[in-house]
Ligand binder design. Structure first.
Ligand code: SF4
Length: 400
């Protein structure tokens, strides 16, 4: 395995476009063509049939640098409307960083307001897994970890993004554009909202972005899209109605309110008891498993007592618990990773005593700060490379 991290700057492709956009659009006067509601409203107002929207999106996905005039067979009113109010892509790709074994690729994306977000492609080989006792069908596929905000106001103490504070919400178009950029590098089959930001704090844009991703021309299955939240109770209550079939992941990280508040200040606003009530309701309505994310922090939430508390809290749910080894975030971090033995002991209690399916996440992309809790806008560094072999992903978990 090579020790180098490959970094490709793509600013040539973006520079001119980026400056043009930044110079004129701090007020977002130029919208993304993937801001679905806005483009449809504008077409309606101009008397243009909105069924043209899908063919425009398809053309832009295949030709992200296109000029509007190149798109064939649109009504003439559509060309002038597109020219005056929309850009094929409002965001530009600033740089691409590959992990040493090319399993993980991080894209740094420059938004039209000058902000940056990161999106991470993780590649899997489904043939290495088993399904119903047989080698799984299919082959290479990719999961895209998407950002929904620039920074995040939830301030989780173990999370690099939390250290940035909140800067801005992404529009639905800016969220979808991450998929468009990533599709140039890999065939994306799964999307997880586990990048920068708390997706349910940007609810309307996330809902619209998911609807666009599951419709023409992307046609991703809603079963392959996962939204991860710290537990915004009022949003969880409406999520199933707005996006049926979606996977919900909850960043629980502690089995009792006191420890939760210690590591996730936002948990004070969302008491654990009320959160569990909302999850019961969600599961009753959706009849779907819920994914529980649990970061393992040495001496904080990783004792046997915590495993039993977690087991009791979740034993009446259909859940899959994903234990996440903590990624150190430099000198800022007051936390340490739990030892491997402690993590596997924790898993054994949840499996053996409570019969809860519990996995341990194998980290990908640590050398490029692309792993969970590490998404913060920075240039690639050269952290030590850990095992990044193909892993079980959320899709594998959903099938079982
Ligand atoms: S873990 Fe998620 S919700 Fe918490 S600060 Fe980080 S990005 Fe925000």
């Amino acid at each position: 395995m090579s020790e180098t991290t490959s970094l490709v700057h793509v600013s040539k492709y973006t520079e001119k476009e980026g400056k043009e956009i930044r110079g004129s659009s701090s007020t977002m006067t130029v919208r993304s063509i993937f801001d679905g509601e806005i483009i449809r409203t504008e077409f309606d107002k101009a008397g243009i049939n909105s069924h043209f929207v899908h063919s425009i999106w398809k053309y832009v996905i295949e030709n992200p640098n296109c000029e509007w005039e190149q798109i064939p067979s649109l009504p003439s009113a559509a060309y002038s409307l597109l020219r005056s109010k929309f850009k094929p892509l409002t965001s530009t790709l600033h740089s691409v960083t590959n992990s040493t074994d090319h399993v993980t690729t991080k894209l740094l994306i420059n938004l039209q307001n000058g902000g940056f977000v990161e999106t991470v492609i993780m590649r899997y080989d489904s043939r290495l897994g088993k399904y119903a006792g047989k080698p799984r069908p299919g082959g290479l596929r990719s999961t895209l970890c998407i950002s929904s905000q620039v920074g995040c106001k939830m301030g989780c103490k173990f999370c690099a993004t939390g250290t940035m504070g909140f800067k801005s919400n992404l529009s639905s178009g800016e969220i979808v554009e991450q998929l468009v950029h990533a599709s140039r590098f890999s065939n994306i089959r799964n999307v997880v909202f586990m990048g920068m930001g708390e997706p349910l704090n940007n609810y309307a844009a996330v809902v619209e972005a998911v609807r666009i991703m599951t419709g023409l021309p992307f046609q991703l299955s809603s079963k392959r899209i996962t939204v991860s939240t710290v537990g915004i109770i009022h949003a969880i209550k409406k999520l199933h109605n707005d996006l049926p079939g979606l996977n919900l992941a909850v960043s629980l990280h502690a089995p009792v309110q006191e420890v939760r508040c210690q590591i996730m200040p936002a948990a004070r606003a969302f008491p654990l008891e009320k959160l569990m009530d909302a999850l019961h309701e969600y599961q009753k309505n959706s009849q779907q498993k819920i994914f529980i994310e649990y970061i393992m922090l040495n001496g904080v939430n990783d004792e046997e007592l915590h495993a039993h508390q977690l087991g009791k809290l979740l034993e009446t749910f259909q859940v899959v618990i994903n234990l996440i080894p903590f990624n150190p975030i430099g000198t800022l971090s007051e936390f340490r990773s739990s030892g491997e033995e402690k993590v596997s002991g924790f898993q054994k209690i949840l499996r053996g005593t409570y019969n809860i399916r519990t996995t341990i996440r194998k980290e990908m992309g640590q050398d490029i700060s692309g792993a969970c809790g590490q998404l913060v806008v920075n240039l690639p560094d050269k952290r030590s490379v850990k095992n990044t072999s193909p892993v079980t992903d959320i899709e594998d978990l959903c099938r079982q």
